[in-house]
Design a protein around this ligand. Sequence first.
Ligand code: GCB
Length: 581
Amino acid sequence: MRPERNAYRDALALDGFWAASSADGIEADGLGLVPGFAAGGLVAVPGSINEQWAERGLRDSLGPFWLQRQIVVPRCAAGMQARLQFASADLTARVWWDGRLLGRNDAPFLPFAFDLGELQPGAVHILTVCLDSRLPTDHPLPGIESADFAREGRSKDEVYPPVRYDFFPYTGLHRTPHLCFLPKQHLGAPRIEAGYEHGGTLRVRTRFAGLGRVVLSLLDGESALVRVASDDGDFDLSALAVEPWSPASPKRYRLRLELKRDVETLDEINRDIGFRDVRIDQGRLLLNGESVQIKGFGLHEDFPVLGKGQALAVTVKDLELLRWCGGNSFRTSHYPYAEETLDLADALGLLVISECASVNLDFRRTTDATLEQHIAHIERLIERDHWHPSVIAWSLTNEPGYLAEAEYKRAAPGYFAELFAAARVLDSTRPFTAANVGSRHGLIDPLYAHCDFLSLNRYLGWYENPAQLDFAIARLRDEFDALAAAFPDKPIFVSEFGADAVAGMHSSTDQLFSEEYQSELIARYWDLIANHRHCIGGHVWNLVDFKTAQNFRRVVLNHKGVFTRSRDPKMAAWRVRGMWR
Ligand code: GCB
């Protein structure tokens, strides 16, 4: 559960410099105060190590990287239960406390925690983390080794560092870890469903051990709209006189849960929630009963020097750029973003499609463990993000079956059936989807059967039919018509469309990589999306240019941003602003 500071809980941010090393044999040295670290250096947390240590020749390293720091236990620890809380540790991590292995985490971009019991104020502890971005080939975000390219019959390894996906595999503690201090008797992560149907509805399931009762308050500023108690921590409230949350008016209320014994308060947690209803009905996306059009972008957590390291100023900048364009939505392509990004989306009234870290599932290599992990990661994603009003849908995977069609046809239907069924048990209040890769499966993707709306990543006019926009748009229209006929209840959402443009490259004729062509392609797609009866909207790929692994298709960056990596507008940004505002 995310760190919170209030009268009953505290949290120590573990940001700053950490000792670091990429040397071999560290584990064998023992993990007290490790001598090997002396030969290392310092890295900043939060941040990506690759960028900070590029000059040491580690820019393209997938790890392992060892990070270590001392922690002096603060006074507030007295009488409290300590919990070590990572907002993420990418892509995988093992964690030691005073040389004792606490555990590992294999879910990139998701939080995890370890209970440490009561710590002595003033005591000094050593925290060690080993980060490794070499993922196994059967991970939901599949890894690949250079040798695999040869095994696949490709003449050379094409991508370095070797990855299957189109963003740089940064390694680091990308979000601030915390040492949290909880009361011994405390509340667990609550399950919160805030809906809107003839007034607000609120369903809360609180977990707590031991005796006591939970008091729920719903606050609008200083005034309490509701204050009710429950012995088991469960609440079902309806007909609440609240304003609904929407992009036009993202009204939020503070939900406060207090754990009480007699008159004494033992613990408290707060969430700023919003009341809204989201559903797919008769081929439309309805928010609070009204049809909405999705206008926005795919994004990445990516910035020069920071890599994937969190900086709240960049978060604000990106969402403000999105709004400047007239957008109302984004997808957390292709992994869970920092929780603060969702907080900001809640506050700004943006509609978020939250995506699990899963790209290009390769069904030659999936195993039972893949599905098991994939479901576990979705469970953790939903547990983390389910209470955010901005999250309107879950995307369970991006472009599965990009490779190996035969295995996809054989294995994917069963996989998706189990994946979606498991996910639907976890949240019955939001639609589910996953992004289909157009060039491979077209109309017959087994994914479609399970999606509430069809998410299409389409690059006609770019990877296919380059510089032939009339032909590309005509093909796309035909595909929309065919999908509308085949899936009348499942609207189409174009989850990706776009073209690379190198800022400053211009052309008077249709020319790939020119700013004019990018701008024209986006405008032509949007014209189709906005006017097709079966289409609920689209996301331009991408808001901002972003770093990828090295390969001949990318000139350092993926240049499909309508803004450069330093966030300056290309022509397309102005064009989109003209279309959307
Ligand atoms: C896609 C992927 C995305 C890539 C994009 C591209 O379909 O989902 O991760 O970056 O295409 O630019 O090729």
